[in-house]
Write a protein that binds this ligand. Structure first.
Ligand code: IVH
Length: 706
């Protein structure tokens, strides 16, 4: 629904929207701070928070007890000791543009009664994207470490903090009581290394360095924290028994003397124009810092001014965070690689100097197709005013939601002199077959079919993916390994099902190979066997035919009922005068393009033979007929919170294909609420209304039992 402008809101609209915003923001806070698993992007969070503040400003009487404007972070999670901060750990107000920065300067002058011409110095320093930590020293000894929590009470993480080398455990010549505050973070390099190690060990990988840092610090076992490469910058303080200095800048210098790391880009600044210049300079260097920052923090330098200015509910009046525009960033295009997909499409991929965009480290971006690189759209009209993209260029990256990062623009003023236009290959880089572009197709495709190793591998990866055969222990990595294996190769889907039998006839058995053992090999064979009985819709989807997605496959399966009826129909439908052709087109969602793709696959001799070899290995179950026998048929289902195993769109499509109705809000009519991570107000409402609530796994087992 389009949002009303603030001026047009009635009091009822405002009340309803504030309730909705409180629910959304509180759930997002729990996901982000409590679970280290953000449910919405930072930009979206900021936008919701701003809207909330604007409505509250117009309707101050409607400010809720649980208003997001009164809250910092999220309460302490179970398992940690609670630490009450001697002084609350605050959040920061945000500035999003230059005007917000001069408003900040003006409001301080007004508060302090300073004339526009009076000197007012600030410090400006990067806003580190990690998590804040408060360290308490008594007589120079580190005695307490606590996360921010909800600002008043944090989580005690002393043992964990002691494993971080940037954090001194003892300080000489320190005030009796000294609380040092700063940010725990992880560098890009360490983050990449940690994720690679986690992948190798089959552990959890992290979406971005912030989550990795938070997840690593908030461990109940400090040995785990110790193995994680965490760093710390000190930038503030809490309780102190004597003042550190007279200015922010000098106080930070003292923290440095005490042995803390302080940010080298911290600068003392006299005017707002200079603040903005420093902000731009830091923004320019952002890609090369080696760690994530999401803005620049300005603080009033004079500490006596700071104490006069004091705090609002959750933020100091004397500091503000000037945020970088979210989800856009500039970086270097290091190379353009061509990837060959399962349908032969040659996709250009930009290899980038890693940069964080919208909270995620991006090192690859799609370049769509050759026209896009050349600066034209599919109709030949110029894009980026016709600017082409070249290796070596300085490019702007953007990310919207979960979408794959894209390159939006290129800065010609930074183009290296020796650069040349990118030449798109006319041969498949994987198998050297001609790569051709058909009339009206924006994509160039490899003509090698299954003889092209890249197509074959990608098809196999798709075959074992979650919505398809979903074989435990046989993922993309194992497919790569088996594809290239000499003795025990998997070149086509049927080979998966002959693996055990071929292994039995081998001298070097799978269980004796590196990375495998008797147990894991046995487990794999069992998992494969478990999939010999499988539904028709899944098999069809798993084939990975062009234009045939999971939902269409399910609809087609439901229409024909049995696999054999379907295969016969494909043979008949190749003749467009045969009634079978019209029947195929009558299926919901099947158009001519998909119909042709299906028929072509079953007519292609090699492909047909490969499909037959597969079906010979399987017992393909008839497709369930809609509605009647699905336990969720006719039920009204609501999804809430962050789903981990499927996207919202996927969840909705699958539920609907089983005859359920998916709704966006919980009411007395709701039959089932599927609550993902961070489920908030909807789960509460469901409880009140006695609506059956289940987690994602329970839901999956319910629908997958079909
Ligand atoms: S000063 C009373 N300085 O940003 C204000 N905070 O959005 C104390 N942060 O909770 C904070 N870099 O976790 C400050 N250079 C910096 C920072 C910084 C990152 C974080 C900190 C704070 C959050 C507020």
């Amino acid at each position: 629904m389009a949002k009303l402008s603030i001026a047009d809101l009635t009091i009822d609209d405002a009340r309803a929207e504030l309730a909705e915003l409180a629910a959304k923001l509180n759930a997002a806070n729990v996901a982000y701070h409590g679970k280290d698993a953000p449910s919405i992007s930072d930009a979206e969070f900021d936008a919701l928070k701003r809207r909330n503040a604007e409505i509250e400003q117009r309707f101050p009487d409607l400010i809720r007890a649980d208003s997001p404007s009164k809250q910092i972070g999220a309460p302490v999670q179970d398992g940690f000791t609670k630490v009450t901060h001697a002084q609350r750990m605050m959040s920061l107000g945000n500035a999003f543009n230059d005007e917000d920065v001069s408003d900040f300067d003006q409001s301080i002058r007004k508060y302090l009664g300073l004339a526009d011409s009076a000197p007012l110095a600030f410090t400006a320093e990067p806003k580190i994207d990690g998590l804040s930590l408060s360290l308490r020293y008594e007589s120079g000894q580190l005695v307490q470490a606590a996360t921010r929590g909800d600002g008043a009470v944090g989580e005690g993480v002393l043992a964990n903090a002691k494993t971080i080398t940037d954090i001194p455990q003892e300080i000489a010549n320190a005030p009796d009581i000294l609380e040092v505050r700063g940010e725990v973070y992880m560098s890009h390099e360490d983050f990449a290394f940690l994720n690679a190690r986690q992948t190798e060990r089959g552990g959890k990988t992290f979406a971005n360095p912030r989550n990795a840092a938070a997840g690593s610090l908030r461990q109940l076992d400090s040995e785990i924290t110790k193995s994680r490469p965490l760093k710390f910058f000190a930038y503030a303080w809490g309780e102190i028994s004597e003042p550190l200095a007279q200015t922010q800048f000098l106080a930070i210098a003292r923290l440095k003397e005490f042995g803390f790391q302080t940010n080298p880009f911290t600068k003392r600044i006299q005017t707002t124009a200079e603040l903005i210049a420093h902000y731009r300079a830091i923004e320019q260097d952002r890609a090369d810092l080696g760690y994530d920052i999401d803005g620049v923090v300005y603080k009033v330098d004079d500490l006596s001014y700071q104490s006069r200015l004091g705090f609002r509910a959750t933020t100091p009046r004397w500091a503000i965070a000037h945020k970088f525009p979210a989800e856009l960033a500039w970086t270097h295009l290091e190379a353009i690689d061509i990837q060959v997909g399962r349908t032969g499409a040659l996709s250009p991929v930009a290899r980038l100097t890693p940069i964080t965009v919208g909270g995620v480290v991006v090192s690859n971006a799609t370049l769509h197709n050759e026209d896009y690189i050349e600066g034209r759209d599919s109709n030949g009209a110029p894009i980026r005013e016709g600017r082409d993209i070249r290796v070596g260029d300085w490019v702007q990256i953007y990310r919207a939601g979960d979408v794959i990062p894209k390159i939006r623009d290129v800065d010609l003023s930074k183009r290296p002199k020796e650069s040349v236009p990118f030449e798109f290959p006319s041969l498949c880089p994987e198998c050297d077959s001609p790569a051709v572009r058909e009339e009206g197709d924006a994509i160039r495709r490899c003509t090698g079919g299954l003889t092209c190793p890249a197509q074959a591998v990608e098809k196999l990866k798709h075959f074992v993916s979650r919505g398809a055969f979903d074989i435990d222990g046989l993922g993309a990595k194992q497919i790569e390994m088996f594809y290239h294996d000499k003795g025990l190769s998997i070149r086509e889907p049927a080979d998966i099902f002959t693996l055990k039998q071929r292994d039995a006839a081998q001298l070097t058995k799978l269980k004796n190979r590196e990375g495998w053992g008797a147990k894991s090999a046995e487990k794999l064979f069992d998992a494969i066997d478990a999939r010999r009985n499988i539904g028709f819709g899944r098999v069809l989807y798993a084939l990975g035919l062009r234009h045939v997605g999971a939902q269409s496959a399910a609809l087609i399966a439901r229409h024909y009922g049995s696999w054999t009826a379907f295969v016969d129909a494909m043979d008949e439908a190749k003749d467009p005068t045969n009634a079978a052709w019209n029947t195929l087109l009558s299926i919901d969602g099947v158009g001519e393009v998909m119909a042709n793709s299906l028929i072509a696959a079953f007519q292609n001799e090699a492909e047909r033979a490969s499909i037959t070899r597969l079906s010979d290995e399987l017992t393909i179950e008839d497709a369930e007929q809609p509605d009647t026998d699905s336990p969720v048929a006719g039920k009204i289902v609501v999804f809430t919170g962050t789903l981990e195993k499927m996207t919202r769109a996927e969840a909705k499509a699958r539920a609907e294909s089983l005859g359920a109705k998916v709704s966006g809000s919980v009411s007395a009519k709701t039959d089932i609420l599927v609550a993902g991570l961070g489920a908030g107000s909807k789960a509460k409402k469901a409880l009140e209304l006695g609506v059956q609530t289940m987690d994602e796994d329970t839901w999956l087992s319910l629908i997958e039992a079909l």
